[in-house]
Unconditional design. Structure first.
Length: 131
């Protein structure tokens, strides 16, 4: 089993890097971790520390995206119920309809973009094979 990348950091750096991911500012992360804000900025200049920080941020974001994907059907159902609710305000219905239309449009655009990227990749791969 590979070593935990956090093991290469001091205990103060470990706590700080985790707080950088969990807090909404560098100042707050430094405060909660019990280190100076300038120290955090110095550590963020270190390529290894910065790389690990970005890895942890990506991992955290990936987990959030997984959760949002699991909750998407419930969100769509909620928006549909608001649109169909005779007692909901007009503003609520319009807002729900707007979100649903934007989601639908974005989904179509994303599908089209994937198709275009696939076509470009096929062209590039075909050109590589022909040379």
């Amino acid at each position: 089993m590979a070593d935990d990348p956090l093991d290469s950091l001091s205990p103060a750096q470990q706590k700080t890097i985790l707080e950088l991911v969990n807090q909404n500012s560098i100042r707050k992360a430094a405060e909660v971790a019990g280190v100076g804000e300038r120290t955090v900025y110095t550590w963020l200049q270190d390529p290894a520390f910065k790389r690990l920080y970005h890895q942890l941020r990506k991992q955290s974001f990936s987990q959030a995206m997984s959760l949002s994907q699991r909750l998407a059907p419930a969100a769509i159902n909620t928006l549909g119920r608001v649109m169909a609710d005779a007692t909901a305000s007009h503003a609520s219905k319009v807002a729900a309809a707007n979100v649903l239309l934007k989601f639908s449009r974005d989904s179509i655009e994303l599908d089209e973009l994937v198709d275009r990227v696939d076509a470009i990749e096929q062209q590039v791969n075909g050109a590589k094979g022909a040379s």
